[in-house]
Design a protein around this ligand. Structure first.
Ligand SMILES: NC(=O)C1=CN([C@@H]2O[C@H](COP(=O)(O)OP(=O)(O)OC[C@H]3O[C@@H](n4cnc5c(N)ncnc54)[C@H](OP(=O)(O)O)[C@@H]3O)[C@@H](O)[C@H]2O)C=CC1
Ligand SMILES: CC(=O)[C@@H](O)[C@H](O)COP(=O)(O)O
Ligand SMILES: [Mn+2]
Length: 390
């Protein structure tokens, strides 16, 4: 029986992880859960799974949950520091990193430091702190298994026993597929009027609001190029991107002999999560099975980086190195939140990212406290910049 901690249990990754775990009560025990603000949902999960530890990072939500929780088996804790400590519990075998944004970085580092099996969905943490996370995993023995569908696909197409953080032998390049989001076919002249409701309506995947907007601006693919750089130790020039609107081929590995291995499946996160939780065993789940005869044709196109500048900004950031990806990621978090709050137009997201990436001093990445401080500096500057935009 594997003891599992699910960080961000109330989100979309949390939902998909728990859906797989419900299919295998003999294999997994939900040891620890975390939530931020969704008190009703975490109360329902406490009732269903009776986890040993639950961490609520938002204080108000913690108080609400503490007043209503009558599960005697469960201990409740409040705040980010409690979360960082909880993931190091020696009883935990696997940590699912499903918190959205840089808020998940410290808990990812903590799980890696403790040598856990880390099932990584929270791409922002590796974008920001890849230079710290990967060497720490090497030192602690932590096994990092990507859940992000593209990176999980690549991981599945690499030889058995492949360990993340090492440059895979005989690989010419990696090909990340991108759905293109809801607007890859929309004329750029219509971008100004895109609403948050239109941007979060992803054509293929059912996901949280932030990643859905990132998919719509192609920043998600930019973050994924940086994520692939760290996870597979690949130079950015060897990480290609192809628009594939059907989201059936989740990514590919292009080997030196011309062979291309791809992983396919319906667009459902239960599939990569089952693969991660299974550690080599194929676990059943509730995702629809792939019927290629119903899909008909699979299409692939080159991305248009003029229309979607975020993809080029991400490549620039990783080539620049140091804190550049952290700055880009933090600026993007603020810009996406402002777009969702209808404070800025859709087109401003990449403008703001460009401005922040190209106006701040780049330093070497040295420590988590440095990155946390940088994150709050970029947040403040980006908010100020947005205020000045009017
Ligand atoms: N959804 C998907 O299919 C995929 C997601 N990912 C990545 O996985 C991560 C999660 O995405 P997704 O599940 O869609 O996001 P959601 O918005 O659906 O869920 C986010 C989770 O993070 C918690 N959370 C939010 N803010 C904080 C905070 N400040 N501190 C601690 N916890 C917080 C939320 O808690 P609460 O709801 O209680 O407030 C919730 O549990 C992202 O990094 C995303 O890029 C990667 C590939 C696919
Ligand atoms: C499910 C998943 O991994 C997402 O990151 C997904 O890939 C988003 O779709 P896009 O390809 O549109 O960014
Ligand atoms: Mn993805």
């Amino acid at each position: 029986m594997k003891q599992v901690a699910i960080l961000g249990a109330t989100g979309s990754i949390g939902d998909s992880t728990l859906a797989v775990i419900r299919c295998h009560p003999d294999k997994f025990n939900v040891h620890t859960l975390s939530a931020h603000r969704n008190s009703d949902k975490i109360l329902a999960l406490i009732e269903e799974f009776a986890p040993k530890h639950v961490i609520i990072t938002d204080e108000t939500a913690y108080r609400t949950v503490a007043q209503s929780c009558n599960q005697t088996h469960t201990s409740l804790y409040c705040g980010a520091n409690a979360l960082n400590a909880a993931v190091q519990d020696t009883a935990i075998d696997m940590v699912v990193a499903g918190i959205v944004g840089n808020a998940g970085m410290a808990s990812v580092m903590s799980a890696v430091e403790a040598g856990k099996i880390l099932l990584l969905a929270n791409k922002e943490s590796i974008v920001t702190a890849g230079a710290l996370v990967m060497p720490l995993a090497e030192k602690s023995g932590a096994q990092i298994i990507p859940l992000d569908s593209e990176h999980n696909a690549i991981y599945q197409c690499l030889p058995n026993q492949y360990r993340t953080g090492h440059r895979p032998q005989s690989v010419a390049h990696l090909t990340l597929t991108a759905s293109g989001g809801p607007f890859w076919n929309t004329p750029v002249s219509d971008f100004e009027s895109i609403t948050p409701a239109q941007a979060v309506a992803h054509p293929q995947w059912d996901m949280g609001a932030k990643i859905s907007v990132d998919s719509a601006t192609l920043m998600n693919k930019g973050l994924e190029v940086i994520e692939a750089h760290w996870l597979f130790n690949m130079p950015v020039e060897h990480i290609h991107v192809l628009i594939h609107p059907q989201s059936i081929v989740h990514s590919m590995v292009n080997y030196a002999d011309g062979s291309v291995l791809a992983q396919m499946g319906t667009p459902n996160m239960q599939i990569p999560i089952s693969h991660g939780l299974g550690l080599g065993q194929r676990l059943s789940n509730r995702a629809d099975l792939l019927e290629l005869s119903e899909i008909g044709a699979l299409q692939f196109f080159a991305p248009d980086v003029k229309k979607f500048p975020n993809l080029a900004l991400a490549r620039q950031a990783i080539k620049t190195g140091g804190t550049a990806p952290a700055i880009l990621n933090a600026a993007n978090e603020v810009a996406v939140a402002a777009f969702l709050e209808e404070k800025i137009h859709f087109t401003k997201i990449s403008d703001i990212n460009d401005r922040m990436l190209n106006s701040m001093q780049i330093e070497d990445v040295e420590s988590v406290p440095q990155l946390i401080e940088l994150d709050s500096i970029v947040h403040r500057r980006t908010r100020d910049f947005i205020r000045r935009l009017g």
